[in-house]
Design a protein around this ligand. Structure first.
Ligand SMILES: Nc1ncnc2c1ncn2[C@@H]1O[C@H](COP(=O)(O)OP(=O)(O)OP(=O)(O)O)[C@@H](O)[C@H]1O
Length: 480
């Protein structure tokens, strides 16, 4: 007969932990056993332990129940019982967290009346109390676009790093140093395409893995909904089930502290458990604004790969690939003309060639250099025509989170002056307006002020790295 008089929940659990620690790897021990608190040892030989979430409980039951059983039998004998108390985060608007009690599957399930908040009474039809309805065994649609594959993501100097890191990740998701893999770069350069291609390749090579592609915007909406519907925990559990999480346009989380917080926890959980995270962003982590430091530092853990503007050769290859896909032939000089005319946005490049194909087939005209010139020039002009001084002021003020009146005000605050000078510089670069005209629209200044602004911007680009990063960001937003 065992003597329980000197045993406490803590002492029993400490010895169990020693046994468990010797039998599982260190990371798993840290993740799954260190957060557990021993609560009570009853005279009926039942040990209560407290775990932080239902998911945690489920994970222990699924992966570690044998070792828990062995440890417990060793300490308390064959009639030992293990019971969990789940300390739930408050989602009901009450200040206090609440607890839920559940038995371990290795023992006879505890009868309903013994539970504080018995899961069986909520879901009487569920035979196995260890399946959380709607959470386990759900098939998750990956939301991947199979048209975006590695095969049609053409390689060039501009994307080589991201493409090969993406390939490495697809071969061994969660098993490379590239975790998270952050793909960043300007508008229309292929970030989304590459992110999908990695996911598609993983699904192909590892069909058993759960992959999810989601834009940061949809993730945010889902999170806000879950808070409104008081299902925040379900939201978190759902994301904890993913093996490869791809979040597009992560900069969208900027300034959204609640969503950043929940993403931080999901990220940590996935990372600690060897799951792969892939992120895209329109800027490098170092240049992201209004994203918490702790999140930024995690973004830098893996690899940040920039996608740059494609060089001429890559642009030609991309165009040829589209023509091949659509079964259209075009003279080399026409292809080269298009590639020379549109340099900094692959989406625009695609748009121009498609519009050229359309023009020639509607009007039954042969595709000549002359036709290409008229179509592409119009195309380029149309895109450029959208840039007005008002538009530039809007982009600049949005970027610095200023309102338009502040940008145009007489304020001499350094950040406002710099924003105003950038707006003037871009107005000179992208519009045909005179210096006087630019000055009168941006804060009622004279032409000398605009000239001075342009010179200052030129100087700062040479001397101030941070300023240069702002400049390039805004330029990417404005340029085609
Ligand atoms: N290397 C490439 N090879 C072939 N097509 C490409 C390549 N890079 C980009 N594209 C094509 O260019 C278009 C724009 O790419 P994508 O949407 O991935 O850009 P993005 O960087 O995510 O843009 P945004 O910043 O607007 O989100 C897509 O149709 C994509 O297929």
């Amino acid at each position: 007969m065992l003597d329980y008089t000197n045993k406490t929940a803590e002492s029993v659990w400490t010895r169990c932990l020693q046994f468990i620690k010797d039998n599982i790897d260190e990371q798993a021990f840290k993740t799954w056993f260190e957060p557990i608190v021993a609560i009570e040892l009853t005279t009926e030989n039942a040990l209560y332990i407290q775990v932080p979430s239902k998911f945690f409980y489920e994970w222990l039951e699924e992966h570690y129940v044998k070792i828990l059983k062995s440890a417990l039998i060793k300490e308390l004998g064959h009639n030992a019982r293990l019971l969990y108390k789940i300390r739930m985060e408050n989602t009901q608007g009450n200040k206090q967290p609440f607890t839920e009690q559940l038995p371990s599957s290795q023992r006879e399930p505890v009868k309903t009346q013994e539970l504080d908040v018995p899961i069986q009474t909520k879901n009487p039809e569920i035979k196995n109390p260890f399946v959380i309805p709607g959470i386990r065994n759900v098939k998750i649609e990956s939301q991947l676009n199979s048209n975006y594959s590695f095969d049609n993501f053409l390689e060039g100097e501009s994307n080589r790093l991201g493409r090969s890191a993406g390939m490495a990740v697809a071969n061994k998701p969660g098993g490379t140093a590239f975790n998270p893999l952050m793909i960043y770069g300007g508008v229309g350069l292929g970030k989304t395409h590459l992110a999908h291609a990695i996911g598609v390749e993983i699904k192909d090579k590892h069909p058993d893995k759960t992959v999810l592609y989601i834009s940061a915007e949809v993730f945010t909406q889902q999170y806000v909904d879950s808070v409104r519907k008081q299902t925040r925990n379900d939201f978190i559990y759902f994301y904890q089930l993913i093996d490869i999480l791809i979040v597009d346009d992560i900069q969208f989380l900027s300034g959204k502290s609640g969503t950043q917080d929940v993403f931080f926890h999901i990220f940590n959980y996935l990372h600690q458990n060897g799951k792969q995270v892939i992120l895209t962003s329109d800027k490098a982590p170092v240049d992201m604004q209004d994203i918490e430091q702790r999140l930024l530092s995690r973004f830098k853990w893996g690899l940040s790969a920039e996608i740059q503007h494609p060089d001429f050769e890559t642009r030609v290859n991309i165009l040829k690939n589209i023509l091949y896909r659509d079964g259209v032939e075009m003279p080399q000089e026409v292809i080269e003309y298009v590639a020379k005319s549109i340099k900094s946005n692959i989406r625009e490049l695609e748009g121009a060639i498609i519009s050229l194909i359309a023009q020639s087939s509607f009007n039954k005209r042969e595709i000549t250099l002359e036709l290409a010139k008229s179509v592409v020039d119009k195309f380029v002009k149309n895109v450029k025509r959208e840039i007005s001084i008002d538009y530039i002021q809007k982009v600049v003020s949005d970027y610095f989170k200023l309102d338009l009146d502040t940008l145009r005000s007489k304020s001499r605050k350094r950040n406002i002056v710099q924003a105003r000078q950038l707006a003037m510089f871009f107005a000179k670069k992208y519009t045909k307006a005179s210096l006087a005209n630019i000055g009168s629209q941006i804060g009622d200044r004279d032409h000398a002020t605009v000239l001075h602004a342009c010179k200052t911007v030129d100087n700062l680009l040479e001397t101030d790295k941070q300023f240069k990063a702002f400049f390039e960001d805004i330029n990417n937003k404005l340029s085609i």
